[in-house]
Design a protein. Structure first.
Length: 274
């Protein structure tokens, strides 16, 4: 059983609660949508699932229905106690915490996890990037985000949406948009369409271990920070024209033309010496 729009509205009214604009709360109120998300996540018995921003538990219940072991994270102090009444008797562990400041090793241990979440629009991009950087226990993600955010996460070189975060995701994982979600399934109804993005962590980063990741992403940020400039201009002071050419890249190219492997070659050639 999952929650309908009427169920969500009744829970909010009963407890005197309202969706928080500051927290970007838009609750999914369509049972078919949450079951679709759980199905696309590919989780089931024996899987460990972490959900961020569980809200009132509509998606949480759909995940629990699969037989997976679910841990739900909720930051809202008013919502979290209500969430417990909805999902704890289904075997879900509820943690009241801000995912941006969570002690992830303490919560996840050494197990392998799948993240499934309806992520608030205002935190989705930095949160996904931070989890890829620092929480290797999360091997897979199925996230619902604003459509434009989803397109950036999954974009390839040359795509209109391609940017620094696209390179970050590609460095750690394979990503693809696997579905769209209309605004009509949320309460309150947002003004934007959402996308479902599947992210699967690579066994090893896309760029070889001889390349320092911090240096690589310093170059990436510089390149996309002045994306209208050619690389010989946007990377001035970081990479010489000779180094760009040695990486097999035209100095007249722009940041959005380089895939993650090209950025890796450039980082290797332009690495500070000594």
């Amino acid at each position: 059983m999952t929650l309908s729009g009427r169920d969500v509205a009744a829970l909010l009214a009963r407890h005197g609660l309202h969706p928080s604009r500051a927290l970007g709360q838009n609750f999914v109120v369509d049972p078919n949508t949450v079951r679709r998300i759980a199905r696309l996540a590919g989780v089931g018995p024996g899987d460990q699932v972490i959900e961020i921003g569980a809200g009132l538990g509509s998606l949480t219940l759909a995940l629990a229905e699969t037989g997976a072991a679910v841990t739900a994270i909720e930051v809202d102090r008013g919502i979290a106690p209500v969430l417990r009444t909805v999902v704890e008797d289904k075997g879900v562990r509820v943690i009241e915490a801000d995912a941006r400041h969570l002690d992830w090793p303490a919560v996840l241990g050494d197990d392998r996890w799948t993240l499934v979440a309806n992520l608030p629009y205002n935190v989705a991009t930095p949160l996904v990037a931070d989890l890829l950087d620092g929480v290797p226990q999360i091997e897979r993600m199925l996230v619902m985000v604003q459509r434009e955010v989803g397109e950036r996460l999954a974009a390839s070189a040359g795509d209109e949406a391609y940017g620094a975060v696209s390179v970050k995701v590609a460095y750690w994982a394979h990503a693809e948009v696997v579905g769209r979600v209309p605004a009509t399934v949320f309460l309150p109804k947002p003004k934007v369409e959402s996308a479902l993005v599947r992210i699967v962590r690579r066994e090893a980063p896309a760029v070889g271990g001889d390349v320092d990741a911090k240096w690589l992403f310093r170059l990436v940020r510089a390149g996309f920070g002045q994306r209208r400039k050619m690389l010989r201009g946007s990377l001035a002071g970081l990479a010489t024209q000779a180094q760009i050419e040695a990486a097999g890249i035209a100095p007249t190219a722009r940041a959005e033309e380089l895939d993650v492997e090209s950025w890796g070659r450039l980082a290797r050639e332009a690495a500070p010496r000594g």
